[in-house]
Every structure is written in structure tokens, then in C-alpha cells.
Design a protein around this ligand. Sequence first.
Ligand SMILES: [Zn+2]
Length: 332
Amino acid sequence: MSRLTMDNGIVLPPGEDGVPTDPGHCYDRVPRLLGAGVPSIAQRTLSRRQVLRGGLALAAGVAVLGPRRVLADALQERTRWAFLSDTHIDSDPDDRYRGFHPYRNLQEVTGQIGYDLPDGLVITGDLARLKGQTAAYQNLKTLLGPVIEKRPTYLGLGNHDMREHFLQIFADRADTPEAVENKHVTAANAGPVRLVVLDTLFHVNRLAGLLGWRQLAWLETFLQRCDDRPTILFLHHTPRTGLLDSSELFDIVGRTGKVKAVVYGHSHVCGFSQYQGVHLINLPATGYNLQGGEPVGWVEAKLTGRDGEFILHCVGGSTDLDGRTTKLRWRA
Ligand SMILES: [Zn+2]
């Protein structure tokens, strides 16, 4: 069986008619492993030209927003992303909470991001305020418009999101069927790293989060089949304390060395810690803080195959740590 080895050492198994398939798109057999009732994932075969161009990112689920052709090149050594969480956009653009104005905060943040566009954007849920009204997602779409038009954008869901309303507004950007039934999961190879955005939304407007067995099974298979590039998981809920099946998640993470970091929001607290050698990165909220001493803003991430550099940008709350850079080395 012939195989194609790319310049960067990636070995591509041949697809139909010898055309290489995307090495990162290794979840095509997941539906069979998960059993009946799980919708199949569209298998996408890239043309040889597309593969050689290096644009290897593919979504596992609904809606990678924005033009994927600008996703970090597979041969690129570093990729730069904007990580946000808890934007809490309301149906009323003038909504304020705890003295913060989430709509204006996100306007300011997208302005900062747009000034020097990164390779892409991830938001780890609680996109909307409270119950995820359709008009809130319309407002979010408007605010993110300038970024979505130019860069791939991955939106995760939190406990203040409503999956159906979210999909109503963003479905026109959907390009693949869902990977996990009733969950919004996306994955992409972004140059030297892989990004996987999971869905921990369990009950709208209640605190606890849940991945669920189908998503966990999908994740385990996905991680088994993907290449060895460092993988970062994104989810809304705080691992260990806010996620009901956190131990099941870390059982899976523990069985592979591929996952180097878990990025999340939910607490509206900014912080870095470690669990079982995996970096836990708690993003600040963009909408508002829940404690006066916490920053409100976003994180600029510079990622390589060996490490990550995380720069805090504040637009409100405590701005003492504005510009602080945290460097993390990936576990072996
Ligand atoms: Zn929140």
C-alpha cells in the first residue's frame, strides 16, 4: 500500500484512488465505534494540491466559522490565537451586569484582535447571557463579524447557552454534520498544534457541566487515531470541580500523552495550574468578573509543538496583570 510522506514527516495514508486523506481527520470511523444512532461524519478527502498546500484543518462537527484557508500552515512552527470565554452577550446590546457592559467589552476586544489578527479565535462558552436567546447570538455574530470574515473561529457552548438557538444563528456557516449527537464539537489542526473544542453544556442556566459518554467515546477514538502533535482541549466548565464527568475525561487524557493543556472558562477567574502533568488554563471572562480582583479580557496564545506563551489582555476589572505573559512547556 503506497503512502505519501510530506516534507514535514507526516505520513499520509492513501484514501480512495490513492488520494491522500487529511491526517488530522481521523474520526471517520467513530460512528461505527459508537454504535447506532450516532450520525455519520462526512468524510472529506482533500485534493493532493490542498494537502501539499498545508491547509490541513478540518472541523469534526458543525461550524468552523470563517475562512479555513487561512488556518495555520502545517509547516509553520508557531501559531497565534485569541482565546476568549464568557462573553455573555445579551439580546439587549445595552445590558449591563455588575457595572460591566459585555457588549462593549467584546467590541473592544474584537477591535484589539482585529488590530493584529491572529491565526484564529476560540471562545470557550457562555457566549450568551443567562438562557441563550436567539437575539443574543445575532448580536454575537455581528460583533464577531470582522474576525469571522477573516479568520477561522471556533465557538464552544457553556451553561448559559442554548444549543438550538446558537445553531439557528450560526447554522448558515455550518459545513459538516455533527460529530456527536446533540453536542457541538469541533476540531482542527492548526499548524504545530491540534485544537479540540468540546461541549459541556448540560442544562441551560444551571451550573453543572457534562461531556456525556458519546462525546467521551468520540474523544478517546479521536485521540487514538490522530497523529502525535500536541493537542489542546477547550471546554466551558472547570475541570474537576464544575464538570460531572471530569474523572472520565482525565482517564482518557491519562491514556494518551497527546493532550498537553485544557483551556476553559466558567469561573470568571484567570489562572494557570496543572493536573496530572496537563496544564489547566482558566481564561478570564470577557463579559464581567464575579470578584473585584479578577481581570476582564482575553488571552493571546502563541503556540508551538513544544510550548505555549499566554499573554493576558485586560479591558476591565483588575488591570494589574495586563500584559502578563505566562510560559508553559508541554509535557513529554
Ligand atoms: Zn460565565
